[in-house]
Design a protein around this ligand. Structure first.
Ligand SMILES: [Zn+2]
Ligand SMILES: [Zn+2]
Length: 352
């Protein structure tokens, strides 16, 4: 069986409240290891619980499965955890989410955040658990600011918490799982003619910086490039000052191949998910990032790949992300599976 590694899943979220065990078992039986990623203290704790229950050492049929790898050896397949505080969780609010922001036909789901204060010691205690393979998701999110937000203060708050998590990752000697999304500034920020105005449209346009507001026809390519890379530039600056020793993954990467190169030069890996299957926008990125620096992920329940767009995503569908990479790079699916799995295991310190 070809082993795959879904390096970023949220089966620990409420979307899987009814059937998380089934979903994880389905992934394990398909030869897919999973990292469940916490976005606040409660989901981080749940990620650790699942990792204990479905670890490769736990006895089948509940635990991970020991299967033959392609070379006749034993490959341990299991569930692991990452723990962190997502930057959007720093404030309490609710917003609508669409998997593909360019597809207004898709149903939107509501995401509610809690406004959690960062507690270093609580996360440190979780981080020491041997089932925890990465610290995250943590990072910068300038994508979900709303009208009236004190944007500069919120950016500073996100950076302050991220620096603390870098300190924590270095203290426990584990890699990081980084979320980094810039200001909405591509064409998705501009509701198409005929799309009726809604609260969502309002939220979308509200994040556009002032100079974009006066006349949308003024927007130059440079301004757009700047807005799209602002969070990545801030992240690079922050890492240059406070360096995560074990590096890690820039998950759900939505920057250009040029931005990716800056992270690659600093030793980071790039996480590719279902977004890459929605269009050919990320083909160049996929071509230019070496396979041995790519990991695959679902970010489920969000971002279901191509044919499943808009449905609840799950780790078993990570196969479609690997297929997209194979087709763009013109290499075999097996090679993508083998190399991206090896990348994940090496990064997370998983043997066999
Ligand atoms: Zn994320
Ligand atoms: Zn996520």
């Amino acid at each position: 069986m070809t082993h795959l590694f879904d390096t970023h899943a949220h089966v620990n979220f409420n979307a899987f409240r009814e059937d998380a065990d089934e979903v994880l078992r389905r992934a394990l039986e398909a030869g897919i290891s999973v990292v469940n990623v916490g976005s606040q203290l409660s989901t981080s704790r749940r990620a650790v619980e699942y990792a204990k229950k479905f670890s490769p050492e736990a006895k089948p049929p509940i635990g991970g499965l020991a299967s033959q790898d392609g070379n006749g050896g034993q490959a341990s397949i299991g569930v692991y955890a990452a723990i962190g505080l997502h930057p959007i969780q720093l404030r309490k609010r609710s917003f609508e989410h669409r998997d593909d922001e360019n597809d207004w036909e898709l149903p939107a789901t509501e995401i509610k955040t809690i406004g959690e204060g960062f507690d270093y010691d609580a996360y440190l205690e979780l981080a020491c658990d041997p089932h925890v393979v990465a610290i995250g998701e943590v990072g910068l999110d300038y994508h979900h600011f709303e009208e009236g937000d004190d944007v500069e203060a919120m950016k500073e708050e996100q950076k302050r918490v991220l620096r603390e998590f870098v300190r924590l990752a270095n203290e426990v000697g584990k890699p990081m799982m980084i979320h980094c999304w810039g200001v909405k500034s591509d064409k998705s920020s501009y509701p198409r003619a005929g799309v009726k105005s809604s609260k969502l449209d309002h939220a979308r346009t509200a994040v556009i910086p002032n100079q974009f507001d006066q006349s949308r026809t003024d927007v130059t390519t440079n301004q757009l490039d700047h807005a799209r890379t602002d969070a990545y530039d801030d992240l690079l600056g922050l890492f240059d000052e406070t360096a995560p020793e074990k590096k890690g993954i820039i998950h759900s990467f939505i920057g250009s191949h040029k931005t990716a190169k800056k992270f690659l030069e600093r030793g980071w890996n790039i996480g590719i998910n279902g977004i890459a299957t929605y269009s050919d926008s990320y083909d160049r990125l996929i071509r230019e990032v070496p396979l041995d620096r790519i990991v695959v992920e679902t970010d489920c329940p969000y971002l279901a790949p191509g044919p499943h767009k808009g449905e609840r995503n799950e780790p078993a569908l990570v196969r479609l992300v690997a297929e997209k990479i194979a087709s763009v790079k013109e290499i075999s699916y097996d090679e993508v599976a083998r190399v991206t799995t090896a990348n994940a295991k090496k990064l997370f310190g998983i043997r066999s």
